[in-house]
Design a protein around this ligand. Structure first.
Ligand code: IMP
Ligand code: MG
Length: 184
């Protein structure tokens, strides 16, 4: 979707936070960093559906090394704007992660509960290594201690949409990131 300065849905006003050009530049940098770190290996990039699908698609096309891709789906927000804290697996991995270099690709880290859940679940499958990349990380929002190996942007603790991130399942196809500024 075309990039506008302001988006209004329901009674909410969203303003642009990260434009397309900045997004693309950062995605390219992350891809270069990952390609350097995994030189000579073939990592499995595991996207967390639905949010990370767009980021993952762009990220792997900027990588200079081979990789495989897989997807998992876990529930977190439902249609709410605040995480429920309960996580359930909706679609499990298809690939065998045992002995593999696994890189989990997330759209955003908020409470950190999804990452914590995924780390435990994947470690139980005995990969040879496990790293996390997240396009966005909300400052100070994490309720658990976590380590994200590659971070696109650190942002304020506000609700955001676009580039995979949704509001009630829509606006994922915005080609920039927007943040909620006010409720009318
Ligand atoms: P966490 O488990 O609280 O870290 O939440 C992670 C998931 O919640 C992310 O992967 C997103 O799918 C979703 N999420 C968190 N913050 C936002 C937001 O500001 N906008 C849209 N989705 C979000
Ligand atoms: Mg997600």
């Amino acid at each position: 979707m075309k990039v506008e300065k302001v988006i209004e849905i329901d009674n909410l006003r969203f303003e642009i936070l990260i434009d397309t050009e900045r997004l693309q530049r950062r995605v390219r940098e992350l891809a270069e960093e990952i390609s350097r770190d995994y030189q000579g290996r073939i990592p499995i990039m595991v996207g967390v559906l639905n949010g990370a699908s767009i980021f993952l698609a762009d990220l792997i096309r900027e990588m200079s090394i081979d990789c495989e891709m897989d997807f998992i789906k876990i529930s977190s927000y439902g249609n709410a704007r605040v995480s429920s804290g309960e996580i359930t697996m909706i679609k499990d991995f298809s690939a065998d992660l045992h002995g593999r270099d696994v890189i989990v690709v997330e759209d955003i880290v908020d409470s950190g509960l999804s990452v914590q859940y995924l780390r435990r679940r994947i470690n139980s499958l005995k990969p040879s290594s496990l790293k996390f990349v997240s396009l966005l990380v909300k400052k100070g929002a994490a309720k658990v201690e976590l380590k994200i190996d590659y971070i696109g942007f650190e942002i304020e603790n506000r609700f955001v949409i676009g580039y995979g991130l949704d509001y009630k399942q829509i606006k994922r196809n915005l080609n920039a990131i927007y943040q909620l500024v006010e409720e009318k």
